[in-house]
Design a protein around this ligand. Sequence first.
Ligand code: GRF
Length: 203
Amino acid sequence: MIRLGVLISGSGTNLQAIIDATESGALDAEVVLVVSSKPNAYGLVRAHEAGIPTMALTRDAYVDPTTADVLIAQELKAAGAQYVVMAGYMRKVGHPLLEAFKDRVINIHPALLPSFAGAHGIGDAFDAGVKLTGVTVHFANEEYDTGPIIAQSAVEVAEDDDLQSLEARIHATEHVLLPQTLQLIAEGRVSIDASRKVCITYE
Ligand code: GRF
């Protein structure tokens, strides 16, 4: 059993996928705290419904991002979190938080990194006309969307896709890949080697 802190900013469908997987037994984890960078994020409602403690920060709290990160790290530690999952968290996670949870901050990105990094991964891939895009789960580091890749899942772009239909399949893929990847971590199968690549051991 691993204890997770989850960072959100929006609707929290990935948070919901994590909660559902813990409840069904597919993910051997407990979400101990949900931190939102927005007080009105719907993900907070999901957390309340699941009985998970929450912390919401206002825009003012981020005027000094380092102070915000120190506070978030303190609260996550106090809640007993061992890993931190960025599940649609639209703020940068900086040094204090990355140092407090070294190689234990996980991000989900809606494209196949290193392609289409940034805040618009799905739309940028769609606009580029790629035939294949997907989802990446990776460890976060101090540069956006560049940390060691843990898992990826491909999503084909169909001839008749529009942005909305592609988004729907990407999100559905995220909701499978993220809990699965966290389960690999919970089973102790995920490590980072000397060249900063992720190794996954299977029996
Ligand atoms: C996801 O597509 C995630 O990959 C991206 O932001 C979205 C968050 O969605 N970084 P939700 O809040 O989990 O519904």
